[in-house]
Design a protein around this ligand. Structure first.
Ligand SMILES: [Zn+2]
Length: 405
């Protein structure tokens, strides 16, 4: 990227600093729990219009969508704008929705996960529009997605499948502490169900206890977790029995129904087929007739749109040599003076873009992942300014790299 152009982008970002900090403060002050994002979406859309985006609206699901430029390469910046709830037992040093700024830090729910990226993306869009009037070799979609905390991936799945916006490249705004993240472990949920025959507890030999059918399977699953092998760079997968439920005619009867719920994290080489097979193998080993199934995640958005998706969120990772990753590393070096790559431990909307659709995806944003969903969420405001420089410069680096290939 041309030096003079880069300097102009960075200088304009510096000049917008106070506006940027006011914007992220406002986003923190608008409470936006999953499924209750209407107010923040309206605010974001009106801001996008004020910033003279070419298009700004909310889609059929309720995601905020802005568009700038008309170039052939479609780049999508996504920040989910819903947050998890604040519970009464959480110990906040600053009120979670006041947007308190102290010594260059902003406190509050969403100040890590992941409102800063929304403010950063919008500000980068404003700067690009200001300098270029939308005349650049790419089309930039800036998305404030909803319901991510309840249904990771679905908001972008909706945009691609139902709104027919199919990006060529995606940048996620989940916290990376200003590193270039290039993958995540996948996850899925599985149920194993056993049925038996109920009988009076006093005549238990006449029944078949469904709980006893699953007991050895639960023990095998515990052993399986220890046997899972790590894979670079994502580490090892995991398997956890997260719930056991059972039914019986009364508490004095043999249980005729038992079900376990499993949380499975998947590394490279693990997918829906391998996970189901390893569980079926355990069941077979114990000569059990228990059944394996994958549940649906379902819900309704703030706009009243219903959705359901299978609880399967595929693993994805991109090589350091991928042009998208290379472009991001270069943009990082230029905008923050260093570049490091990494991966997320948790799940992101990348399960849809990269996992389901194979669209190259990375992430870059301020904030430490491990502070997400905690009362320790805090944003170093200068890190957000650095991120804005990255967001503004990155598309040009990508286009340059694509031209070389
Ligand atoms: Zn998040």
């Amino acid at each position: 990227m041309e030096k003079s152009l880069k300097e102009m982008l960075f200088k304009t970002a510096e000049a917008e600093k106070e506006n940027l900090f006011a914007l992220i403060q406002k986003l923190i002050q608008i409470k936006s729990y999953s499924g209750e994002e209407g107010e923040i979406v309206e605010f974001i859309v009106s801001k996008m219009k004020e910033f003279r985006f070419d298009e700004a609206y909310h889609d059929g699901f309720g995601n905020a969508i802005g568009k700038i430029g008309n170039g052939p390469v479609k780049i999508l910046f996504d920040a989910h704008i819903d947050t998890v709830k604040v519970t009464e037992t959480e110990n906040w040093t600053h009120p979670p929705f006041a947007g308190v700024i102290e010594k260059g830090k902003l406190y509050g729910r969403g100040s890590v996960d992941e409102k800063p990226a929304m403010a950063g993306f919008m500000m980068a869009g404003k700067i690009l529009r200001q300098i270029y009037g939308g005349n650049f070799p790419f089309t930039l979609y800036i998305v404030g997605s909803v319901l991510e905390e309840d249904a990771d991936g679905y908001p972008l799945y909706h945009i691609i499948k139902n709104e027919k916006i199919v990006p060529d490249y995606v940048v996620l705004g989940e916290p990376t502490d200003l590193q270039v993240y290039r993958g995540q472990r996948g996850r899925m949920e599985v149920k194993i169900t056993a049925t038996g025959k109920s009988a009076h507890g006093a005549h238990n030999q006449k029944g078949i206890n469904a709980i006893y059918k699953l007991a050895p399977i639960i023990a095998e699953i515990e052993k399986l977790d220890k046997k899972l092998k790590p894979q670079k760079p994502l580490g090892k997968g995991s398997i956890t029995v997260s719930q056991v439920s059972s039914k019986a005619p009364s508490l004095c009867s043999v249980s005729d129904f038992c079900q376990i719920h499993i949380d499975r994290r998947m590394t490279i080489g693990e997918n829906k087929n391998t996970v189901v097979k390893e569980l079926k193998d355990i069941i077979k080993k114990h000569k059990s007739d228990a059944k394996v199934s994958i549940p649906d995640v379902a819900g309704v958005s703030w706009k009243g749109t219903q959705f359901a998706q299978e609880a399967y969120f595929p693993t994805w990772v991109y090589d350091e040599k991928h042009p998208l990753v290379e472009a991001a590393m270069k943009a990082s070096k230029d905008s923050i003076g260093k570049a490091k790559s990494g991966v997320w431990s948790f799940s992101t909307n990348g399960v849809a873009t990269a996992g389901h659709f194979g669209i190259p995806t990375i992430g870059f944003a301020p904030g430490k992942e491990e502070l997400s969903h905690s009362s320790k969420e805090v944003l170093v405001l200068n890190d957000l300014l650095k991120a804005v420089k990255f967001y503004a410069a990155f598309p040009f680096e990508l286009i340059e790299r694509l031209a070389k290939k």
